[in-house]
Design a protein around this ligand. Structure first.
Ligand SMILES: NC(=O)c1ccc[n+]([C@@H]2O[C@H](COP(=O)([O-])OP(=O)(O)OC[C@H]3O[C@@H](n4cnc5c(N)ncnc54)[C@H](O)[C@@H]3O)[C@@H](O)[C@H]2O)c1
Length: 337
């Protein structure tokens, strides 16, 4: 295959960003875009006059000239559209979160494997210079053994009509956690509150537990007066502060740590603190979505697993599904199956 012909389903808020990035990616052509809304197709015709705008997603899924389908519609439509596209022999890139349940994610993974097709999820943040740099730093052992991951993603955000704030915002941070930290979590405790009458939580707190002595915590809200996009990753040698709102100095490494000794009677511990230099690694400032588009196309061409592969996408959904169970049970521990 010399060129991958792409069809995009959904040209709402995020779809145009995908179309723009696939337009400039190597080895692919955006052939068609589907959206049920006439105003969105009119906008497409204005911005990308060479791309065929169609109303019906089937016109893309069943088009023999299209090799790969990008799905940028709301979460509950991801599974039926992706399943149909895979059944028609198309490679598929699905927006985050991959599906609305683990069972759906499993079905798609199996179908893609059976047909030898690429299945990827747009976990955009994995392709940022900041996350790539943190991966390098953690993998080369600089921070030592990771002990905790603590993320805050809050702002006066758009209330979603169909999914709660964790399903909306946390996929970004959960995908970063899953990519950076080895080992799978065992359970979740989550609580949240809905201040609207639809029972959809607009504030939620989630703890991700591991069998090891690592812990992760997520704070997500659509109702904060200030925008915070910050993650702390603590190792037993150094600690990382990742502030995505910083224009260039997004990642800071603190040569900070502590040593502790437990006294013989175990009721007293002695802690020695160490605060050293702060180091600012150089982070590439590329548009992450162009990394997503290129990884998808090259994974299809070279039959390789993309960074944001379907297995990682499924792990994100596993955590979200367990969080939902825990929230329903007022924070009771929900095991990850
Ligand atoms: N990766 C990111 O950073 C990021 C950012 C924002 C949104 N998203 C994800 O992108 C997806 C879409 O979000 P959005 O905010 O763009 O939603 P949106 O509602 O603005 O856009 C969805 C569009 O899809 C169209 N559509 C829906 N079903 C269709 C169908 N069967 N056939 C044709 N058109 C159809 C709708 O008419 C609409 O224009 C969601 O999964 C969301 O989580 C990802």
């Amino acid at each position: 295959m010399n060129t991958v012909n792409i069809g995009v389903i959904g040209y709402g808020y995020w779809g145009p960003n995908l179309v723009r990035n696939f337009f400039s990616a190597a080895d692919c052509t955006v052939k068609a875009v589907a959206d049920g809304r006439a105003d969105r197709l009119a906008l497409l015709a204005k911005v990308f006059p060479t791309v065929n705008g169609v109303k019906d997603a089937d016109d893309i899924i069943k088009d023999k000239d299209i090799d790969a389908v990008v799905i940028a519609t709301s979460v509950f439509s991801h599974f039926p559209l992706a399943k149909k596209a895979l059944e028609h022999g198309k490679h598929v890139l699905i927006e985050k979160p991959m599906t609305a349940s683990v069972a759906e994610a499993d079905q798609l993974i199996e179908l893609a494997a059976q047909k030898g097709l690429t299945l990827m999820v747009d976990h955009t943040f994995l392709y940022t210079g900041a996350v790539q740099k943190m991966k390098e730093i953690i993998d080369n052992g600089s921070i030592g053994t990771p002990r905790y991951f603590d993320s805050t993603r809050i702002n006066l955000g758009l209330f979603q009509p169909d999914i709660n704030v964790l399903w909306d915002l946390a996929p970004h941070d959960i995908s970063i956690l899953t990519y950076l930290i080895d080992g799978d979590p065992c359970s979740i405790n989550a609580t949240g509150i809905s201040h609207t009458r639809n029972n959809i939580e607009n504030i939620a707190y989630m703890t991700v537990n591991y069998d090891s002595d690592f812990i992760a915590h997520f704070n997500c809200s659509w109702t904060s007066p200030v925008k915070v996009r910050q993650t702390l990753i603590g190792g037993d040698k150094q600690m990382i502060v990742y502030n995505d709102l910083e224009p260039s100095e997004k990642v800071k490494i603190y040569d900070t740590g502590y040593n502790h000794k437990t006294e013989e009677d175990k009721t007293r511990i002695m802690v020695d603190y160490r605060t050293g230099d702060v180091y600012l690694p150089k982070v590439k400032l590329q548009e992450a979505l162009s990394g997503v588009a290129n990884d998808f196309v090259q994974s299809i061409m070279h039959k390789k697993q993309p960074i944001a592969n379907a297995f990682l996408g499924k792990k994100v959904v596993q955590i979200l599904e367990a969080s939902q169970e825990s929230i329903k049970n007022k924070g009771k521990e929900a095991k990850i199956k």
